[in-house]
Design a protein around this ligand. Structure first.
Ligand code: MN
Length: 436
């Protein structure tokens, strides 16, 4: 990063800072210390860039019109999509955040800005970026081990796992915003007892709890991103539900990996929690187990090992149609820390670009399912039900092995650190519709 390291805090993170937008104080997701970007349209009006503050959204193009934002960010803030904001240099990103923090905390700006705040509950949210490319990784080591055991009991982690941040190219066109229902897909699968595969609505519909990384400034084709510079290429974070058809996956995945089991729908949370907002929540990457190889030199960096993990708690909740009908609240399926990643976000970015592959602003990189070591932190039903063999109980008396039509899955994330105001990611939710 240019004028500060990515883990350095400044006045925008001050826990004593408050906003004249009263609902920001004590807000579980969007206190003034967060200031995430999104695309919204008010009840009357076109989509535009906004910043979530408490229960409101601040209209950024309106702030540009009033000449309230830094000149370096003005044209990016007038767009109807966030790619240009993500593409800003780190110094310009920091300048924009500092100014937003100033105008939303200093009472002197209340009169000028009050008319440009919209109640979030009245607004429609849209995909934050034009996602050129989407890549999904597999860095949740407990998930990789659990799933490996189901597919290959004798050989859960393949020999490359501790050397290569494993990933595959996903599909950007089917990434949808939180709230867009998921149609149960049909697919080709081969029941174990059958001689031949069938094509029919899938039975084993699952979710995957992941973090999404939004690529900021890109790299030219042919120019790798050194690990020491990787953080400057991450604009922010979101929640990602990588919906998965496990029966299709089991039949199709060899030899080329995931395909139609994964690309029918992915859900992201609407707000881009900036890399700058995450500065107080940087923690050391957990030490590798005794006997594990060190990362190869191109993935090794002392600052990344000291600050490359995120103090984020991830949570999955499920609500069935029967639960909603009975007035029951969503049921927590799991909760666990995001630090269960074998590779850091910076290592993901550096590895992706290490062959010269060009990343572009607004590209989305998924971490892969993040599971904690214990069952209460497993990030998919495949793991929670041991591949569908051990159903889980819901408060309604229902049981689940995989998702049923009418089920709604809700992902949440919260960053917390001692001496700092906690921030949230907002929700990533979607409901399952029956197959056509
Ligand atoms: Mn995934």
């Amino acid at each position: 990063m240019t004028d500060m390291a990515y883990w350095t805090t400044d006045e925008t993170h001050d826990p004593a800072l408050t906003s004249w937008v009263e609902s920001a104080s004590g807000h579980s997701d969007f206190p003034i210390q967060n200031l995430p970007y999104g695309i919204f349209s008010p009840r009357v009006g076109l989509p535009r860039i906004g910043v979530a503050i408490g229960d409101y959204i601040l209209d950024l193009p309106a702030c540009v019109e009033r000449d309230l934002l830094p000149a370096s960010a003005a044209s990016a803030c007038k767009k109807t999509i966030l790619n240009a904001v993500m593409a800003l240099s780190v110094a310009d990103r920091i300048a924009l955040r500092r100014r937003l923090s100033e105008i939303l905390s200093d009472e002197a700006f209340r009169t000028a800005l009050q008319g440009h705040l919209y109640p979030a509950s009245d607004c429609e949210l849209h995909l934050p970026a034009r996602i050129g490319d989407y890549t999904d990784f597999y860095v949740g080591i407990h998930h990789a081990t659990n799933v490996g055991k189901l597919f290959r009991p004798d050989n859960p982690l393949l020999p490359n796992y501790k050397y290569v941040p494993i990933g595959y190219h996903g599909r950007a066109s089917s990434i949808c915003l939180s709230g867009v229902p998921v149609r149960r897909p049909s697919g080709q699968r081969k029941p174990p007892e059958a001689d031949a595969p069938v094509f029919a609505p899938i039975n084993r519909l699952d979710y995957e709890l992941e973090l999404g990384l939004w690529v900021g400034e890109g790299n030219p084709l042919g120019s790798p991103i050194p690990i020491a510079e990787a953080a400057g290429h991450i604009a922010g974070y979101c929640l990602l539900n990588d919906w998965s058809a496990r029966d299709v996956q089991a039949w199709e995945y060899q030899p080329l990996g995931p395909f139609l089991a994964k690309n029918f729908h992915s859900t992201i949370s609407p707000w881009v929690v900036t890399a700058e907002a995450m500065a107080p929540f940087r923690i050391p990457q957990p030490l590798r187990l005794e006997g594990d190889p060190p990362p190869l030199p191109y993935l090794a960096n002392p600052d990344d090992q000291a600050h490359g993990a995120l103090a984020v708690t991830l949570e999955v909740l499920l609500s069935s149609a029967a639960m909603r009908k009975a007035g029951l609240p969503p049921h927590q399926l799991s909760q666990g820390p995001a630090s269960n990643m074998y590779w850091t976000a910076n290592q993901i970015v550096t590895h992706h670009a290490s062959n010269g592959c060009n990343l572009n602003p607004g590209d989305l990189l998924g971490t892969g399912t993040i599971s904690a070591p214990g069952k209460d932190g497993f990030g998919s039903l495949l793991e929670l039900t041991s591949g569908g063999k051990e159903p889980i109980a819901l408060p309604s008396g229902e049981t689940r092995t995989f998702l049923e039509d009418g089920d709604e899955v809700i992902l949440r994330a919260r960053a917390e650190a001692p001496g700092h105001v906690a921030i949230g990611f907002g929700e990533c939710r979607a409901i399952i519709l029956p197959a056509l």
